[in-house]
Design a protein around this ligand. Structure first.
Ligand code: MLT
Length: 312
């Protein structure tokens, strides 16, 4: 043949379905973002973009799967801020979030909300804080494992209030939400992509948002900062990654498809309903994600070290 197999594979790409690993359970917040962008990306690439949920260990099981996958553009990772925090939360990670991936682009920033089971005895963020401080370990706080953004938010909350509660880990906040709805656990800090609908129907109690400003979609919820927990801010930013070593033409083709997806009217409208919006076209690029990931790893390292929370 005149062309090497690799060059031909790059120009023909994609010739078969592409798998996007979501490192949390189906039906949860990361899965919601992934399925939203997969549809227009499928149309743009002319091949099915399939979501595979690989939950467990706060997102690190799914991330490791992609870190060690063939760098051929057929196995990708859609992960959030946990890609940055897991680098510091785990002292013995069998892959490197900083070195084993080729960023494709940032996707969206998702705000978070602090919620409880509907029958929890607190009616405001101030009462919730008082109850947590009084009941301490009698309070159960759900999260999606060490490395999940729900874990990060819960860790920051406990450290800000100076108390330890009892944490209950799940493989995603999808199943954590099921237990909040069933009143099996007390509280959860979770993304608006998972909580907005349940807050709207009153099936959970919502107390505050974790963003600097209040949200248009949930205007009655105060920020943590205005509730007295100064400087409290967590935003679940999302990125799309290929394994390191994926040929640049393939990464660029995927970035172009991602940029197209983020201009899609349906994607924009659905994200808006859920309190989020797509990043700018300039941010949906390999260079922007690689830089943002490095900055976020550096930002969270001292925070995690001072909280002293690690997983082995
Ligand atoms: C999920 O999809 O389950 C979440 O993103 C979990 C989390 O990080 O809290």
């Amino acid at each position: 043949a005149l062309f090497s197999g690799t060059a031909a594979a790059q120009s023909d790409y994609p010739t078969r379905p592409i798998t996007v690993i979501v490192p949390f359970t189906a039906g949860g917040p990361t899965d919601t973002v992934a399925r939203l962008v997969a549809e227009p990306m499928t149309r743009a690439l002319g091949q099915q973009v399939i979501i595979e949920n690989v939950g467990g260990a706060g997102g690190t099981l799914g991330a490791r799967r992609v870190a060690t996958a063939d760098p051929d553009g057929y196995t990708l990772l859609l992960h959030h801020i946990g890609q940055a925090t897991s680098a510091s939360l785990y002292r013995k990670l069998s892959y490197s979030p900083a070195k084993d991936f080729a960023g494709i682009g940032l996707i969206t920033d998702v705000p978070m909300t602090i919620i409880s089971r509907a029958d929890f005895p607190a009616t405001s963020i101030k009462e919730l804080i008082e109850t947590i401080k009084t009941k301490k370990q009698d309070i159960t706080l759900a999260n999606a494992g060490v490395g999940a953004v729900s874990h990060l938010c819960g860790m920051l909350l406990q450290s800000a209030l100076g108390v330890q509660v009892t944490t209950v880990p799940y493989k995603g906040t999808g199943p954590a939400m099921t237990d909040i709805l069933g009143s099996q656990v007390d509280i959860l800090c979770d993304q608006t992509t998972n909580t907005t609908g349940h807050i709207g129907t009153g099936k959970v109690k919502a107390f505050a948002v974790t963003t600097k400003e209040r949200l248009k979609t949930l205007p009655n919820l105060p920020t943590m900062d205005e509730s007295g927990v100064k400087g409290f801010e967590v935003v679940a930013w999302h990125g799309l990654y290929a394994p390191k070593g994926t040929p640049k033409p393939i990464v660029d083709k995927l970035a172009a498809a991602l940029q197209g997806a983020l201009k899609d009217e349906k994607v924009i409208a659905r994200l808006a309903d859920l309190g989020a919006e797509p990043v700018s076209q300039e941010a949906a690029t390999p260079a922007a994600l690689d830089k943002y990931l490095a900055d976020e790893i550096a930002k969270w390292k001292p925070v995690i070290e001072s909280a002293g929370v690690y997983a082995d």
